[in-house]
Write a protein that binds this ligand. Structure first.
Ligand SMILES: C[S@@+](CC[C@H](N)C(=O)[O-])C[C@H]1O[C@@H](n2cnc3c(N)ncnc32)[C@H](O)[C@@H]1O
Length: 285
């Protein structure tokens, strides 16, 4: 009997059971992508028979998914803040938790006045592009430190039409031109020996996007030390961090001369983003 959408999905669910926590969803996303159809097609046309080459590709992807390859790496994209981003194994797959950082930046800065914002460690460009698309009157600089990542971010800028986002190579603030109303970052913040690095999608993501020294705070320390020279008076630093790093990040920001230091919680009620403001008034900017 020819394989149909229904039989392929059921075969895939059985193969992924115990290997993926989202076996049914993974199977649907992968098959819909291969067919070039929305997921609703799979429910509407369970008797549809994919071509031989589509079946071959689906079975190959299910085998790779069973070995742990992230769905986003198989389909080459992931949605973030309502936009579809190209992804690659060179950097982090954008996470839903990071949408909080975008929400806070959008609420913090005036929306009707031009603002200069830099996203440090931009990866796919997810944060910078989401900010740029939401606030066309802002100028957003997206910074990362390898050419392959900058190329990926640049392709996302072009695909999504974020004309006010520029991409530039810099190690954190080292080659950052000028001063900004806000610096935002989701830097690496996992401890080098964290056992979670051996689980799930992170096994397929580069350590350069994930880990930051013995306590996971090395890059956060660098950012807090470098940021003041690149912030305008009254400018803000916003950092995503691990749920158990809030105390440490608040202490580092306060010691670094930031005011109004505060931590916001994510939807799971975990401390997720800490922000602090440079002294001085932002009125004259
Ligand atoms: C946790 S990932 C975040 C990626 C993206 N901003 C996101 O939220 O999906 C951290 C990013 O920081 C970049 N990075 C690591 N060290 C860096 C450095 N010294 N200077 C600039 N970027 C760096 C990595 O290449 C990676 O893209």
């Amino acid at each position: 009997m020819d394989a149909t959408v229904a039989t392929l999905l059921s075969e895939a669910r059985a193969q992924l059971a115990g290997y993926s926590p989202s076996a049914a969803l993974d199977a649907r996303v992968l098959l819909a992508h291969i067919l070039g159809k929305p997921e609703t097609f799979l429910f509407t046309w369970p008797e549809h028979a994919p071509t031989d080459s589509q079946q071959r590709q689906f079975r190959e992807w299910i085998a790779r998914r069973r070995d742990g390859t992230p769905v986003a790496h198989l389909v080459g994209r992931r949605e973030f803040y309502g936009h579809e981003f190209l992804v690659s194994p060179d950097t982090l797959i954008p996470r839903p938790d990071t949408e909080l950082l975008v929400d806070i930046a959008l609420a913090l800065l005036p929306d009707n006045v031009p603002q200069r914002v830099a996203d440090l460690g931009t990866g796919t460009g997810a944060i910078a592009i989401s900010l740029g698309l939401a606030r066309p009157q802002w100028t957003v600089l997206a910074v990362d430190f390898t050419v392959a990542i900058l190329d990926l971010a640049e392709r996302n800028v072009r695909r999504l039409g974020a004309a006010n986002v520029q991409v530039r190579q810099s190690s954190w603030c080292r080659d950052l031109p000028g001063q900004y109303h806000a610096l935002v970052s989701n830097p690496p913040y996992i401890a080098d020996d964290d056992p979670h690095l051996d689980e799930g999608d992170v096994r397929f993501e580069p350590h350069s996007a994930l880990t930051a020294g013995a306590d996971g705070l090395d890059d956060i320390r660098t950012l807090i030390a470098q940021a003041p020279a690149h912030l305008l008076p009254g400018g803000w630093l916003l950092l995503e961090h691990g749920h158990d790093q809030g105390d440490a990040v608040r202490a580092l920001m306060s010691a670094g001369g930031f005011h109004a230091v505060q931590t916001r919680r994510d939807l799971g009620d975990r401390e997720r983003v800490t922000l602090g403001q440079m002294p001085g008034s932002s009125d004259a900017q």
